[in-house]
Design a protein around this ligand. Structure first.
Ligand code: HEC
Length: 181
């Protein structure tokens, strides 16, 4: 008799355990949903962070109001000579030449920053959201490190505004030439 009673008690205990365990499957989806919410919230936060433009710097070097006049007076031949300082790193033909550590500048005017396929730009350039106009290139060439901090063009800048305009005019003239067959 006592043995049977013990067995009954054990059985009853097991039942209680089994029953009290039953809410767990219900609870699990709730915590999974919570976890999913957390993951989504984190992803949103990360996306928001990534969306912060890295450009306030672009405003640091204001466009030069004299640029149109300087471009109108630009000397392409002088620009060609001045471009020798860019040539070490930048080709000026449609394809980026091997051995150049910068992207080709053929057609760079009107091109979005960091858009030459196959070139590994810095994040500073990739995220700038700038389209290269003559004005933007003029500001960039004044002092690249200030225009887009963190970029990887190791170039101190050109202080003479007419020199910058001559280079831009030369890039424009070369880019207007059709690609070699
Ligand atoms: C020491 C090598 C070097 C020199 C010299 C140099 N550059 Fe660069 N340039 C680079 C590199 C590297 C990048 C890519 C920058 C990055 O991703 O941060 C770049 C990027 C650029 C870009 C942006 C291109 C794009 O596709 O977004 C322009 C425009 C540019 N350079 C113009 C010039 C001009 C004009 C000169 C000459 C006055 C010059 N650079 C001199 C290495 C150089």
């Amino acid at each position: 008799m006592p043995v049977r009673r013990t067995a009954l008690v054990i059985a009853a205990t097991l039942l209680v355990v089994a029953c009290s365990g039953s809410p767990e499957p219900d609870a699990a989806p709730a915590s999974v949903a919570e976890a999913a919410d957390t993951v989504a919230a984190n992803a949103e936060a990360a996306a928001a962070e990534a969306a912060v433009p890295a450009v306030p710097a672009a405003a640091v070097i204001a466009p030069n109001p004299e640029l149109p006049a300087l471009l109108a007076a630009a000397d392409v031949n002088k620009g060609k000579v001045l471009y020798l300082q860019c040539r070490a790193c930048h080709s000026l033909v449609p394809e980026t030449e091997s051995g150049k550590i910068g992207p080709t500048l053929y057609g760079v005017i009107g091109r979005a920053t960091g858009s030459m396929a196959g070139f590994a730009y810095s994040e500073a350039v990739m995220k700038s959201g700038i389209t290269w106009t003559a004005e933007q290139i003029d500001s960039w060439l004044t002092r690249p490190s200030e225009f887009l901090p963190g970029n990887k063009m190791v170039f101190v800048g050109i202080q003479n505004p007419q020199d910058r305009a001559n280079i831009i005019a030369f890039i424009q003239a070369e880019s207007a030439k059709p690609a070699a067959p």
